[in-house]
Design a protein around this ligand. Structure first.
Ligand SMILES: [Mg+2]
Length: 117
């Protein structure tokens, strides 16, 4: 399967699973249209927030992509490399569980603090 076909299949599966996501075109300019910076991952998952770089199995990241991922990780932005539809949906599920855990802990902490004050 080409990477483009894989991206389309992943987008379809993410939407069917209820995630809000969109494709991103990167790499400078296309005529007068300014694209996202080179190295930007293929898919932005808006909720739960994170970025997915789609690769065919065995294909490495380009240097600009590795740089993008390193910066994202330094800044706490979630980014993952996925090579299949199942992996993409699984990663989004992991992000959802992480968000739910964080939100639940924040709520519990708020209750505890309010109980002490
Ligand atoms: Mg890609």
């Amino acid at each position: 399967m080409s990477e483009t076909d894989l991206q389309s299949a992943i987008m379809k599966a993410l939407k069917q699973a209820g995630y809000w996501a969109f494709r991103v075109n990167s790499g400078g300019r296309q005529g007068r249209v300014r694209l996202a910076p080179d190295g930007t991952p293929d898919i932005c998952v808006v909720s739960p927030h994170g970025w997915l770089e789609v690769k065919q199995p065995g294909k490495p990241l380009r240097p600009a992509q590795s740089d993008w991922h390193a910066q994202a990780q330094r800044l706490g932005v979630r980014v993952a490399v996925v090579t299949s539809v199942g992996e993409a949906v699984s990663v989004a599920g992991d992000w959802t569980r992480q968000d739910n855990l964080r939100d639940g802990l924040a709520l519990e902490l708020k209750r505890l603090v309010e109980g002490v004050l």
